[in-house]
Design a protein around this ligand. Sequence first.
Ligand SMILES: NC(=O)c1ccc[n+]([C@@H]2O[C@H](COP(=O)([O-])OP(=O)(O)OC[C@H]3O[C@@H](n4cnc5c(N)ncnc54)[C@H](O)[C@@H]3O)[C@@H](O)[C@H]2O)c1
Length: 412
Amino acid sequence: MKKIGFIGIGKLGLDCAEVMAEKHEVRGYDIYSRTSDSVKICDIDELVNESEWIFIAVPTPHADGYDGSIPSSHMEPRDFGHDAVIDAINKVNTHARDSKKVVLISTVLPGTTRKHFVPLLDPKHQFLYNPYLIAMGSVKWDMVNPEMIMIGTEDGDWNGVAGELRDLYDTVMQNDPRYEIGTWDECEAIKIFYNTFISAKIGLVNMVQDFAMRIGNINVDVVTTALARSTMRIMGPKYMTAGMGDAGACHPRDNIALRWLAKEYNIGYDLFDTVMHAREIQARNLAQFLIGHARQHALGIVIHGKAYKPDVPYCIGSYSTLVGHYVKEAGFEVRYLDPLADDPTDVIAELSHPAIILWAHDRKITYEYTGDQLETQPYCAIPQGSIIVDPWRKLGDMTGLTVVHYGNTRAK
Ligand SMILES: NC(=O)c1ccc[n+]([C@@H]2O[C@H](COP(=O)([O-])OP(=O)(O)OC[C@H]3O[C@@H](n4cnc5c(N)ncnc54)[C@H](O)[C@@H]3O)[C@@H](O)[C@H]2O)c1
């Protein structure tokens, strides 16, 4: 039996504390008066000093008018409030007479913990970020049947205290949960992007509903059910590896045509514009990353793969040429390596000098769903001293070459 304290026993914290109290000795502290049959409500000094584990479940509120119950999309974006978390950390520092295992549950944006909270905590304590995927109305069930348990540590590795937290959860869980270990920042990101993936999904299906209402002869359920049954590409892990952008003969032009349809039927918003705009800025960001390396090392820029995907000649709708467009727009030259490309513009067959090489094609990722597992092989000999920028983060070390994994900013 462990000695556990919860600072902040509101809608989330109290139910979670009571679940823990079925197996452990649990205390709760709140700035407002609370009652519980199983959690001992006490003052902060007792809570801190009688607990080995201290869970912080205080609010990280949005500003007034930002809860989404009235129009807010036009308002200036704002971060969550951090005052209650800072107050809880200060109280642990002030009262603790020995080292504590401090676990922050409250939802915060990626980067917050490292920037705003950890520097405040007395270094004698150990700190984990451990957000919950819990919904109102089913807090206790969700607590012991989570889809996953995220445990954030400073470097993203299992360390002693992270393992101890897993052991602690194993004493109360009912569903043998999946554990995801990451940096503090990665767990902040998993939690908040989990929620926003849901928002995006609902936004998309309700958009189909709007089209059904305007166009006629469409039952939204027929459309969304067919999409929901599409487990090959839509409902599953496919397209969950960040890398090059959406491309090809169909997708970009479909989105562009749907922009027209949204206008034609006066839908009132244009998600396709947002998607296409994001795709372009993502390509420009990647181009700027290549340019940064090109400047730093005085090397030219080469894109390995011009067709919109490996093994085909089609350059129509290619994301490689979109990235190349932004490289050129910034005043740099770009060359492509692709023996199959049906558009020979700027395509070269060999490399005579080292270069900054964007590894645009990854045939394993593109064709894995067909059972084909072969990696993309270099389209020509790669000169020593080249820097390969791999947006898929799959290439390992290569003798005489530097491989940069675009999208991984973890400390080495
Ligand atoms: N409610 C949910 O379903 C849910 C789910 C996942 C994550 N979260 C996150 O958990 C956190 C808490 O959410 P909640 O819904 O329980 O909020 P809440 O407002 O219901 O509860 C927070 C509790 O903390 C107390 N408190 C405020 N400041 C304090 C302080 N300085 N010291 C001690 N206690 C203090 C409040 O009195 C309140 O009882 C938030 O960050 C929220 O985003 C909530």
